[in-house]
Design a protein around this ligand. Sequence first.
Ligand code: FRU
Length: 469
Amino acid sequence: MTDTQYFLQTIQSLLNAPKQGEHDPYRPVWHFAPRVGLLNDPNGLSFFNGEYHLFYQWNPLKCEHGAKAWGLATSPDLIHWQHKPLALAPTEDYETSGCYSGSAIEVDGKLELFYTGNVKYPQGGRTAYQCRAQLDEQGMVTKLGPVLSLPEGYSGHVRDPKVWKRGKHYYMVLGAEDLQQRGVVILYRSTDLHQWEKCGDIYGTDINGKQDANFMLECPDLFALDGRDVMITCPKTWIDSEGKATETFDVEVTLGELDYHQAIYNATGSRLMDHGFDFYAPQTFEDNKGRRILFGWMGKPDEFEPYQPTIEYGWIHQMTCPRRLTILNGELLQQPVEELATLRRNPLSGTCLSTSLVGLSAELLLQDIDGATIAIELSDDLSLLVTPSNITTRRKNLKTGLWEDKAWQGKVSSLQLMRDHSCVEVFINDGKAVMTSRFFGQANSSELQCGFRFESDKAVNYQHWTLEI
Ligand code: FRU
């Protein structure tokens, strides 16, 4: 397909979009979601030309995965997003199966885009090219083609370049799988963004003491923050002690040090970055105020995607809210960016054992709740249970109708719940842990406008706002 054919098909898909807007009970108000088609990973996050840039993996033609394009939206404030023309369409020989994930870096007044050209062979097997493109200040994208082909010693799964600059070098990490199907992160460097030299495998199974086995580490991110080098990876699969592989699509984070000379990432241990049902492939960037900001895909590539009812409205999946990352006393914190507080309206506060709060786009703060047992209901298919030693999200599976649990173990002192119609982000203890989930039951609920209802065994101090854009 040529670019023109792809663009025309995208326009057709948009023109035929099913009923949306106010009739769509699931559409988020202040989270980014596609008008049509399937959205997954955030890509190319940056502050460029006076605006935030959010590129994203997009199939504008169907609510299914497939040969992805890069969509683009820009914003002056991380809240109000404007859709921009499609940035990259999978139209060249080196990207026939998709312009896969990647990142952006501003150099000499242009936004340099790095992404993976994914090629699946009709007879089976695949290869991957790391490609370069440029966005200029007029919003035009020029593809410069591959800068790296598949390195030796890896399967066809080598992708998701994240690029940064340090000193006179540019660095790139790639997520990969070696020939023994072990997930690794590879480090490259360059002085001109075009010739890339391999530094080594810096992280992964059997490297530098890391033992847990997993296939393929997707979407690596590596950045300096508050004196540490933070590594985020997305292990697709966990292999248990009996060798059984399960696709989990978890996100792991570790705080360590990248030794640029030895090309090794030194860290001990890692932890889950999110404890909810829907969080994958996050990416971070540093904005013009020096903040490290993260967006994640509020979804996972699983067998339940086709059951999401937004498909009836022509779209599927959304981003998380922008979250600021900081490190406090050696712990990584994730908190909604302060701009989101400007959405607060209709403040309500009180101390009580139970209450129902109106608003499907709303924020609820519960403070000093140590030791309490609190049941919080958001819809007839999602609730939270806080006990003195943990918090659990309970959600009804879209396919089976059975209840499933995801828990975070620890004492819960405070909760900040950010709800936007069919999603909730739960920030525990000022962002020390997060639980992110989608749910779709409110359309069947008897109290349609009730966003949070809670019942506690001890009086709880709460603050509540509706969030309006
Ligand atoms: C993660 C991922 C990436 C890939 C992209 C394709 O969700 O599988 O590894 O680049 O999605 O859309």
